[in-house]
Design a binder for this molecule. Structure first.
Ligand code: LLP
Length: 429
C-alpha cells in the first residue's frame, strides 16, 4: 500500500522523547485551515485536540474556537482567546456548575442544546447572546456512538421547539442570534443538502417569531480519508456551496445578511497527527500473529471504541519504513496494546471483531506508527491502568517542539488522599 513518507525521523523522535509519542505537523493544520477559509467564521471544535500549542496555532491563523466545558474555556483563555467576545462560544446540551460560573464571569456566548438551558442562564442572572442548536429530526455519524440527530440522539433542541425557545428567551430577556446544526453528514451530499434544507426551514420558523437571526452554523463533521487506499477528500467547494446557498436563502427570508460559520474539529487536525509507538513483543497464538506495542486504548481509544481504522506503518529501529521497498515482507497481524482488556486492539471492526492487517513483518524493537491520530487521540486518552499520559511534539518550521511533557508518576496520584484511618499502623487488633 503506498504511503507518504513521514514528515519526521521516527527513530530520532523516539530516542529524544520516548514512546508512545504524539506528533503533530503544524504545516498540515495550516493547510487544512486555508481550505475552509471561504466560510465567514471557522470555529475550531477543540474537543478534537485541545492541546495548548494546537489552540495557539489556531488562534495565530484567525480561527475562532468552541468550548464544551469550563476546562475548555480555561484552555482557550490560556492561549490568549478573549473570553466574552465572539472568539469563544460555549456549546453544550447541559450547563454544569463550573460552566455557569465561567459563563457568568466572562459573559460567554452560549450555543444552547436544550430548552432548560435558557431558563437556567436567566436564573443565574446571565445575559449573553445565544444561538440554538437544533436537532432537525434526522441524523448521521460515522458510528452509532456519534449519531448526532434524530430521536435517538441526545443532542440539540428538537426542531418543533424553536418557537417555544424563542418565547422563553424573550421572556427571560435573552437575544437569540443564531441557529446551529451539527449533524455529521460526512461526504454524503444528499444528506448534507437535507440538513441545509432543514436549516432553511428552521430559519423560516425563527423569522416568523423573531427578527434577530444573524448567524447560521453548519457545525462540524467534515470527514477525512482514514483509509490510505481511499485517498479521495471531501469536495470542500461543493460543501461550501450547499451551505452558502442555504445562507443566501435564509438572508432572503430575514431581509438582511446572515453570517455562515463552520465548526470542524477532525478536519483541521486529524491528518496532522500520528502516534509513534515501539513494538515490544511479537507472538503467535494458534493461527494468529500478534504485534504488541507500547500504546493502548488509554492512548488512542478510537479503534476500541468505534472500530475506527487508522493506517499503520512499521519502521525499523533506525526509522526506515519497512513497507517502502518493492519487496516488502508482509505478515497478517493483529496489532494490540498492553492493557488488561482483550479489546485493547488497534485492528478491529465496529462490532469488536478482531481482524488482521497485512503489515511489514515486525520484530520487537521496531517502531510502529498509527496515522491520522491528531483528532480524538490525545484528547480522549486516559490514565487507565495508571499509565501516564504520553508526551506530544509539534513540528513547526523544521523543528520538533515538545508541547507536552510525558506525565510524571507523582502527578498520577497528586490529588488522592489516604485517610489516616486507613494507615497500616492504625489497624485495630
Ligand atoms: N460541533 C459539535 C457541536 C460537536 O459535537 C462536534 C463533535 C464537532 C463540532 C466536531 O466534529 P468533527 O468535525 O470533529 O467531526 N470521538 C469521535 C468524534 C466525536 C465527535 C463529537 N462532536 C471520534 O473519535 O470520531
Amino acid at each position: 500500500m503506498p504511503t507518504l513518507p513521514l514528515p519526521y525521523d521516527p527513530a530520532a523522535l523516539a530516542t529524544a522523547h520516548g514512546t508512545p509519542l504524539w506528533i503533530y505537523d503544524a504545516a498540515v493544520i495550516e493547510q487544512r485551515i486555508s481550505e475552509v477559509a471561504s466560510f465567514d467564521t471557522v470555529r475550531y471544535a477543540q474537543k478534537a485536540n485541545s492541546s495548548l500549542a494546537v489552540l495557539a496555532l489556531m488562534r495565530q491563523h484567525g480561527v475562532k474556537v468552541d468550548a464544551v466545558t469550563a476546562g475548555e474555556l480555561h484552555r482557550a483563555q490560556q492561549v490568549g482567546y478573549t473570553l466574552g467576545s465572539d472568539d469563544v462560544v460555549f456549546t453544550a446540551d447541559v450547563l454544569d456548575d463550573d460552566a455557569l460560573e465561567w459563563i457568568a464571569r466572562h459573559r460567554i456566548p452560549v450555543n444552547v442544546g436544550s430548552p432548560d438551558m435558557i431558563a437556567q442562564l436567566a436564573a443565574a442572572g446571565i445575559d449573553v447572546p445565544i444561538t440554538l442548536r437544533i436537532n432537525p429530526g434526522f441524523g448521521h455519524g460515522h458510528s452509532q456512538k456519534v449519531n448526532t440527530g434524530g430521536e435517538s440522539s441526545k443532542h440539540g433542541i428538537w426542531h418543533d421547539q424553536i418557537p417555544a425557545c424563542l418565547a422563553s428567551a424573550k421572556t427571560h430577556g435573552l437575544t437569540v442570534r443564531g441557529l446551529h446544526m451539527h449533524i455529521g453528514s460526512g461526504a454524503d451530499f444528499k444528506h448534507l443538502s437535507e440538513v441545509a434544507g432543514a436549516m432553511v426551514t428552521a430559519a423560516q420558523t425563527f423569522a416568523q417569531h423573531a427578527d434577530t437571526l444573524r448567524v447560521v452554523s453548519a457545525g462540524g463533521g467534515l470527514p477525512i480519508p482514514y483509509h490510505a487506499d481511499q485517498p479521495q477528500r471531501i469536495d470542500l467547494d461543493r460543501y461550501f456551496k450547499v451551505w452558502d446557498d442555504a445562507r443566501q436563502t435564509i438572508a432572503g427570508i430575514t431581509g438582511h445578511d446572515v453570517e455562515l460559520e463552520v465548526e470542524p474539529g477532525r478536519y483541521l487536525v486529524a491528518e496532522s497527527g500520528s502516534l509513534l509507538t515501539r513494538v515490544r513483543s511479537v507472538k503467535q497464538s494458534g493461527s494468529k500473529h500478534y504485534v504488541i506495542i507500547d500504546a493502548g486504548f488509554n492512548d488512542l481509544v478510537r479503534p476500541s471504541f468505534y472500530g475506527a481504522h487508522h493506517h499503520i506503518t512499521v519502521h525499523g529501529p533506525d526509522g526506515q519504513d519497512l513497507g517502502a521497498g518493492s519487496t516488502c515482507d508482509t505478515q497478517d497481524a493483529i496489532v494490540a496494546g498492553p492493557l488488561c482488556e482483550s479489546c485493547d486492539v488497534f485492528t478491529q471492526e465496529e462490532d469488536g471483531t478482531v481482524v488482521t492487517r497485512a503489515l511489514p513483518r515486525a520484530t520487537a524493537g521496531d517502531l510502529l506508527v498509527l496515522h491520522d491520530a491528531g483528532a480524538y487521540g490525545m484528547a480522549m486518552s486516559s490514565n487507565y491502568n495508571s499509565r501516564r499520559i504520553a508526551a506530544e511534539v509539534m513540528l513547526k518550521d523544521g523543528q520538533a517542539h515538545l508541547i507536552r511533557e510525558r506525565q510524571s508518576f507523582e502527578s498520577l496520584t497528586q490529588f488522592e488522599r489516604v485517610p489516616a484511618a486507613l494507615h497500616a499502623d492504625t489497624v485495630k487488633a
